[in-house]
Design a binder for this molecule. Structure first.
Ligand code: ATP
Ligand code: MG
Length: 405
């Protein structure tokens, strides 16, 4: 005989079986389990997580730009590469962190490995057939020019080159100022370069840069008197006979002014763009305008204007700025000419001392306002070149923007 309690239980079960409602299974009471570990995350999930990361210069997602490469998923471990258009990309660290954090936040992801790589896009002036064979391994050739002498063209060329290099690029610096070569003095690098078979000249190395200058080839005693054809030959030799190898950027300290030597170089070198250095006084600005016109004539884009020796801050009056050549002239000239204003470099006595001692300010005092201004100009230049190389319309605001996910 069943006890009452047992009978009651049977009765309840019978009633439940007769119920018109589907019986609720135990498992349904619990929340549905996560997707099984093996199918934790798909390629599409990862790309969707990365899509809101927008490259500020192109105004497009890094996924749509094709920057995301070698995506591999093993269980919860995700690895991929982000290939930038320049190793000197100023938002590299932000991209890396955002990509890492966004993918790690996906359910099922336990581990994220992001590799940041770069394939520098190059842009070369279109005109002139022989240019194709000149500097085959060099992605971008940047001319640093000024209309007037003594405004800091060589100083700017060297510090821009160093800023590119410090940001992770392979960089060369060619001193094409055959009349007044100054690269030896500015870097402390001297001596005749090694010449290999077939007259291939090996550039010197200094501060991580490949360096070539007329100063390495002439002694202090030998007079530097060049006539037109010799200059042409020399410039061509620097472009064709020097083992520059693979470079992201070759910075060219241009011959002064807009004369023959400068024009020859602007025509012979496959220039990607030009940076004009000026002081803010009208005399210098008039010549800067001439320089700009020269590059326009040979269809080389002017990347912008650097105002050098803009102001002086005495060490004992750190809040003061004395504008040595007048205030705002260079910026106004840039606006009027429709080119970017890249930076305002202050006068810093350490530049004068460092120049004579072969110690560039970017190395000696990287935190100084002058060094930071050179770095700022360099950042704008690499961004502008990347955009030009892609044929994209224009440069976006400096800050990186995130689209809402
Ligand atoms: N921002 C600066 N602050 C202080 N001194 C500077 C600055 N920029 C350049 N100089 C100094 O001015 C002098 C001229 O600079 P630099 O040689 O770079 O000019 P340049 O335009 O190349 O001259 P050149 O026409 O003779 O080739 C150098 O003694 C240099 O150290
Ligand atoms: Mg010079």
């Amino acid at each position: 005989m069943m006890r009452i309690a047992e009978r009651a239980a049977v009765k309840v079960r019978e009633l439940r079986d007769l119920s018109p409602w589907p019986r609720r299974r135990e498992s349904e009471a619990r929340p549905a389990p996560q997707r099984p570990e093996s199918a934790a995350v798909s390629e599409a999930d990862v790309l969707a997580a990365l899509r809101p990361i927008i490259d500020p210069d192109f105004g497009k997602s890094i996924v749509d730009l094709g920057f995301v490469k070698s995506l591999a998923i093993e269980g919860g471990r995700v690895s991929f590469e982000i290939e930038l258009t320049t190793p000197a990309c100023p938002v590299k660290a932000e991209f890396e962190k955002a990509a890492h954090d966004r993918v790690l936040a996906l359910p099922g992801v336990t581990d994220v490995a992001v590799r940041m790589t770069a394939n520098t896009r190059g842009r070369r002036a279109a005109s002139g057939a022989p240019k194709a064979e000149v500097l085959p391994g060099v992605k971008n050739v940047i001319a640093v020019a000024s209309g007037k002498g003594g405004v800091g063209k060589s100083t700017t060329a060297l510090n821009l080159a160093l800023a590119f290099q410090r940001a992770g690029a392979q960089v060369g610096l060619m001193d094409a100022d055959v009349y007044g070569p100054s690269l030896s003095l500015l870097t402390g690098v001297t001596g005749r370069p090694q010449v290999l078979a077939e007259r291939r000249i090996v550039p010197h190395q200094g501060y991580g840069l490949k360096l070539m200058s007329m100063a390495f080839l002439v002694t202090d005693q030998s007079p530097v008197i060049w006539r037109g054809p010799m200059v042409h030959g020399l410039v061509r030799q620097f472009l064709t006979d020097v083992e520059w190898g693979d470079l992201d950027y070759l910075v060219v300290d241009m011959p002064p002014g807009t004369g023959d030597a400068a024009l020859t170089l602007a025509q012979q070198a496959p220039l990607s763009g030009a940076v004009i250095v000026t002081t803010a006084n009208e005399l210098s600005l008039i010549d800067a305008r001439k320089g700009l016109k020269m590059f326009e004539k040979v269809q080389v884009p002017v990347l912008g204007i650097v105002e050098n020796m803009a102001y002086f801050t005495p060490p004992d009056l750190p809040d003061r700025r004395y504008y040595l050549f007048g205030k705002g002239g260079a910026r106004r000239a840039a606006e009027e000419l429709g080119v970017d204003f890249l930076a305002q470099v202050p006068f810093d006595p350490r530049i004068v001392e460092g120049s004579d001692a072969g110690r560039p300010i970017l190395v000696d005092a990287p935190e100084s306002e002058a060094a930071r201004a050179f770095s700022e100009a360099a950042e704008k230049v690499v961004r502008k070149l990347a955009v030009l190389a892609a044929g994209a319309p224009g440069i976006a605001d400096v800050d990186i923007t995130w689209a809402s996910s």
